[in-house]
Design a protein around this ligand. Structure first.
Ligand code: SF4
Length: 433
């Protein structure tokens, strides 16, 4: 009997806010339309010459493509989808119901993963409303089992499967591993930096025998590999082990200038790709506030000092709130992005640590945060400004940076083979950032 579908609580609260949304889910997207969806759309719009003509104008056919990509709706970066109405709701859905929509439009901003028989739903922070719900509520990441997905997910059938019942040991044990990682991340008595170091140490302990394509769980070696896996996981349930990692890690003091240099190069490259006014204004504001703009007199070391000062201020006056953003975002990452996409657990943890580092830098560089920092006290108005800055930062990074080639190649270049002490060292560097 399949177990119940699970959602984090923030996704049970999600409703599209349409015309009140500060962004648009469609801008810059190339939406694939399958053969059957294309037939349905044409039939639905055929009753009106005006609507049929609009379909012809805005849907590009892809006759030689796979049946899942028989056509595309291409939305320019600076524009809304041509099928949105004046209230910024989908006119196709309004006239013909959800059934005519391509899968990606029907499900957005939901991310669907099938762990064996169990469906899991999360959201992408690329949607500002999802970002708000995920970051700003303390209970946002509580898992909620639901009887039926129909209220929350229009097309559960397109969920991405993780073959947890296969012979592939990396996927077979993935859910157990993910549960252990979630347990570690929930140990909020430790700073997030220490929890990232714990994840790194856990991944490093498994590095020799648990990775994509591992042969260690085959034949005669299977029982000992399973026992080793269990032992490593149990080790990270022992409070003294966690205390020891935390103590070792907090003794580390690493220079942050080189990390600032790497992150600012990614931001500048993304800012130059013309990803729309909202994003370029945000990038410019962050770089200027940290004195990192091109031609500026200061360099990464000076920006690092500004960053450290701003974080000291944030910790003093808004510590609980900023800890909540990052705690929720890290848990969200484990829900939204299965580690089986990475060649190893250590490569996955490095990418998470990099993302957290980039978010910390860009939040500290947000002009609203810069404006808050001379303020001595934590007023409710200051907290409102901070929330606005956090939602904008996490949303724009999710939409324009974390899946972008510049960021992915930085993560791949740093992780190298994705295994070994060198990769663990880099996890620790970015975790201290
Ligand atoms: S980005 Fe989210 S809130 Fe905004 S229009 Fe799209 S689904 Fe709705």
């Amino acid at each position: 009997m399949p177990s119940l579908p699970t959602l984090p609580r923030y996704m049970t609260r999600f409703r599209c806010i349409a015309e009140r949304c500060e962004d648009s889910c469609c801008s810059g997207m190339k939406v694939p339309v399958s053969e059957s969806q294309w037939q349905r759309l044409q039939a639905a719009e055929s009753g009106s010459p005006e609507h049929a003509e609009r379909l012809r104008q805005h849907v590009s056919l892809n006759p030689g493509g796979a049946s899942s990509e028989r056509a595309f709706i291409e939305v320019p970066l600076h524009a809304d989808c041509p099928f949105l109405d004046t209230e910024r709701l989908c006119s196709l859905q309004r006239r013909h119901g959800e059934a005519v929509l391509p899968d990606i439009c029907a499900n957005f901003p939901r991310i669907l993963t099938r762990w064996g028989e169990r469906l899991e739903v999360s959201g992408t922070l690329a949607c500002p409303e999802v970002a708000r719900l995920c970051l700003l509520a303390e209970d946002a990441l509580e898992p909620v089992p639901v009887d039926s997905t129909s209220t929350f997910v229009p097309r559960p059938e397109v969920a991405r499967p993780i073959p947890v019942n296969s012979e592939d040991a990396y996927c077979l044990h993935a859910e157990t591993l993910r549960d252990a990682m979630l347990r570690l991340l929930r140990q909020s008595q430790y700073p997030l930096a220490s929890r990232l170091a714990m994840l790194g140490q856990l991944a490093y302990g498994l590095d020799g025998f648990y990775f994509r394509g591992t042969e260690s769980f085959r034949g005669a070696e299977r029982a000992s590999a399973r026992a080793r896996l269990k032992e490593e996981l149990q080790r990270f349930d022992i409070p003294e082990v966690l205390d020891a990692v935390h103590e070792d890690f907090t003794g580390l003091s690493l220079p942050g200038g080189p990390c600032v240099g790497l992150f600012s190069a990614v931001l500048k490259a993304r800012g130059a790709t013309g990803r729309g006014e909202r994003f370029t204004t945000w990038v410019r504001g962050v770089l200027e506030s940290l004195q990192l703009e091109d031609g500026g007199a200061s360099g990464p070391e000076a920006a690092w000092r500004i960053y450290v000062e701003r974080w000291q201020h944030l910790e003093t006056h808004h510590g609980e709130r900023v800890r909540q953003y990052f705690h929720n975002a890290a848990l969200h990452h484990l829900w939204r992005s299965p580690f089986t996409d990475s060649p190893s657990l250590l490569a996955y943890v490095l990418r998470l640590a990099l993302k957290v580092g980039l978010l910390r830098l860009t939040l500290a560089g947000h002009p609203r945060v810069a404006a808050l920092c001379p303020e001595p006290a934590s007023t409710s108005e200051a907290r409102e400004q901070l929330d606005l800055a956090a939602v904008e930062t996490f949303q724009l990074v999710a939409k324009h940076v974390e899946q972008a080639p510049e960021f992915l190649s930085l993560a791949e270049g740093l992780s190298g083979t994705g295994r070994g002490a060198d990769t663990l060292g880099k996890v620790l560097v970015f975790a201290t950032f």
